[in-house]
Ligand binder design. Structure first.
Ligand code: ATP
Ligand code: MG
Length: 407
């Protein structure tokens, strides 16, 4: 991408009402634009980051035989009334909209009801099980506080996956596979300080599992033991739970964390009221067992931004960065050589071909957090080299042009 051709600009200041660091930095670096509190546009660089996150998630979920779908945002109240969840008393974050000619539709905050209803068309026999589907889709929630940048949106992007099973044992088997897939996903996202955490399971299960990334600005508080084999959300922190998990209060430390995902054994919570049944091998009508598995895709982007940023701006891990290289040519021959390199690897390079001072370009390269800055000037050309600077460590080295690999 040529910076001379893009409409985005870096900004010296973030909007005054943007109090969260992820929101401020992503806005200043030209990744996002704020429409309203908790409502953001994704600009070309931001979209590339989101796509990188989605690609990693897709690859890992496809490995555990999940199929991608995209359900609608507009929701039929009748389906949700079967579980009681269309009521604002039950679910207090609905956005609802009136339909011309009468009636109300909801804007989906999640998709358990419609996916369960949809599967009634396709699951009727034990031969149709197990199945797993996921989507990466926009959700709407009328959140009370939306002051954390893209960590908490009123419109945000979630990956939600749902699995369908003939027995509870099969649900347990698949749930364990999802746990392994999630560990791989967070590792690949660069969020290795992410722990599976015991959380309240609501009324249908004792516990659910959250995925919490230790983060100073995280909204949640967690307790953890020294080897972090036990991590629990403070909402379940009591003597009974500690006894269950076989840990003592004195062993635990506390920190703040951001919930980047969660997984839940729904069992028959939705399939029963919505009538998702199958005929078993011995010809009995049985209720399908379900699991659901979420990841906050846009929140993950904010968490990565928060976790790696430094005083100069964003710092993206290579696999998440919108481009791996930020290219600057200085002087006539430097520019000519930069043009050649760009022409050969345009998809990997953010090429700063603007008519601007090198210092300005270097500051933008740092603010945007591109992993490697490549500078070609008369000085470096005199040695047949490019200067390559690592954004994270700040280290620069001269690399022979013949050995410069853009991969
Ligand atoms: P939270 O406690 O943070 O409100 P939740 O329990 O409501 O989360 P789920 O309904 O399980 O979350 O959604 C799945 C995932 O989507 C969460 O783990 C989180 O990463 C993400 N998420 C939830 N709400 C938001 C939001 N308002 N903005 C961005 N991401 C969100
Ligand atoms: Mg919530």
């Amino acid at each position: 991408m040529r910076l001379s051709k893009t409409f985005i600009k870096t900004l010296r200041e973030a909007p005054k009402d943007e109090v969260a660091r992820n929101g401020a930095l992503l806005t200043r670096a030209g990744y996002i634009h704020k429409e309203l509190a908790g409502v953001y546009d994704y600009l070309p660089l931001g979209l590339r980051v989101l796509e990188n996150i989605k690609r990693i998630i897709r690859e890992e979920l496809t490995k555990i035989d999940s199929e991608e779908v995209q359900l609608t945002s507009l929701q039929n109240p009748e389906i949700w009334e079967k579980t009681g969840r269309f009521s604002d008393q039950q679910v207090d974050i609905w956005f609802k909209t009136e339909v011309t000619g009468g009636g109300v539709l909801g804007l989906a905050p999640t998709h358990e009801e419609p996916i369960t209803n949809l599967m009634r068309t396709y699951i009727s026999s034990y031969k149709d099980l197990p199945r797993s589907v996921f989507q990466i889709q926009t959700k709407f929630r009328n959140e009370k506080r939306a002051k954390s940048g893209i960590l908490r949106g009123r419109e945000f992007i979630m990956k939600d996956m749902y699995s369908f099973h003939a027995t509870e044992e099969d649900l347990d088997r698949y749930y364990a596979e999802v746990e392994k897939a999630y560990a791989r996903i967070y590792e690949r996202l660069g969020l290795s300080e992410t722990y599976e955490t015991f959380a309240s399971g609501g009324i249908f299960a004792k516990y659910s599992h959250e995925y919490q990334t230790f983060l100073p600005v995280g909204e949640d508080t967690v307790y953890y033991n020294s080897d972090r084999s036990v991590v629990l959300n403070e909402e379940v922190y009591n003597d009974e739970v500690l006894a269950d998990l076989n840990v003592r209060r004195e062993e635990l430390e506390t920190t703040t964390a951001a919930e980047v995902g969660n997984i839940f054994k729904l069992k028959v919570k939705y399939s029963e009221p919505l009538g998702l049944q199958f005929s078993s091998e011995d010809n009995q009508l049985k209720t399908v067992y379900m699991g659901c598995y979420g990841i906050g895709v846009s929140r993950v982007m904010g968490v990565i931004a928060e976790k790696y940023a430094d005083e100069k701006g964003l710092v993206w891990p290579e696999q998440i960065a919108p481009f791996k290289y930020y290219l600057v040519g200085i002087g006539e021959s430097g520019v000519a050589r930069a043009e050649e390199i760009y022409a050969a690897h345009a998809d990997k390079i953010l090429y700063d071909d603007r008519n601007a001072r090198p210092g300005e370009k270097f500051a933008d390269a740092e603010l945007m957090g591109i992993p490697y800055r490549v500078v070609i000037s008369d000085k470096t050309l005199a040695e047949n080299c490019a200067e390559v600077t690592n954004r994270r460590t700040g280290e620069s080295k001269l690399v022979k042009l013949t050995e410069l690999t853009i991969d």
